[in-house]
Design a protein. Structure first.
Length: 161
C-alpha cells in the first residue's frame, strides 16, 4: 500500500448510520453522487478516540460555542445551499447508491484563523482524502450526528457518549 492519496473527494453530504453487520459506524459520503460516493467505516475504538478529539478541538478553537444541544441534526454541506440550512438524507437512497467502502484511519482538523472555518479531512485505508470546509455549527452537527448513530447499549457506552 502506498502512502500517496488515491483520490480527493469534497464532502457535500455526510450521513452517519450504524451498520449492524459490520458493527461499525458507516459515514455515507455524497450518498447520491455515484462518482464521488464513499462509505467510510469507523470502528468502535476509533470512535472512542475521535469524539473527545473533536470536542477538544471545538473547545479550543470555538471557546464560546456550547457543544451539547438537543436540536434536530441534518447534515448537508452543499455549496449551492446559500442559506446554510441542513437537508434531510433520503435514507432509502443510502443502500441504492452504495459504492466504495473503506475504513477510516485518520481524522484531521485544521482551523483557518481568518475565515474561522475548519477543514475536516477523513483519510481512509485505501488513501482517499475526503474533505469538508465547515463552520462551527456544521462541525457540532457532525459530532452530534455521529454520536446519535452509536449503539450505546450494545457497545456498552451508556453515559460515555
Amino acid at each position: 500500500m502506498s502512502n500517496s492519496i488515491n483520490k480527493s473527494i469534497t464532502i457535500n453530504t455526510l450521513t452517519p448510520t450504524y451498520d449492524k453487520v459490520e458493527d461499525r459506524i458507516r459515514l455515507s459520503i455524497n450518498y447520491q453522487d455515484l462518482n464521488n460516493r464513499c462509505d467510510v467505516m469507523i470502528t468502535r475504538s476509533f470512535i472512542l478516540q475521535i469524539l473527545p478529539a473533536i470536542e477538544e478541538y471545538i473547545y479550543k478553537h470555538y471557546p464560546n460555542e456550547p457543544i451539547l444541544e438537543d436540536d434536530e441534526i441534518q447534515i448537508n454541506s452543499s455549496s449551492s445551499q446559500k442559506d446554510n440550512s441542513f437537508s434531510q438524507t433520503q435514507m432509502e437512497d443510502i443502500e441504492l447508491y452504495k459504492n466504495l467502502e473503506d475504513l477510516l484511519i485518520t481524522l484531521n482538523l485544521h482551523y483557518h484563523q481568518e475565515t474561522q472555518l475548519t477543514i475536516l479531512s477523513f483519510i481512509t485505508k485505501e488513501n482517499y482524502n475526503l474533505s469538508l470546509n465547515c463552520n462551527v455549527d456544521m462541525l457540532k452537527n457532525i459530532l452530534k450526528a455521529i454520536k446519535k448513530s452509536i449503539p450505546v447499549y450494545s457497545w456498552n457506552l451508556v453515559g460515555l457518549v
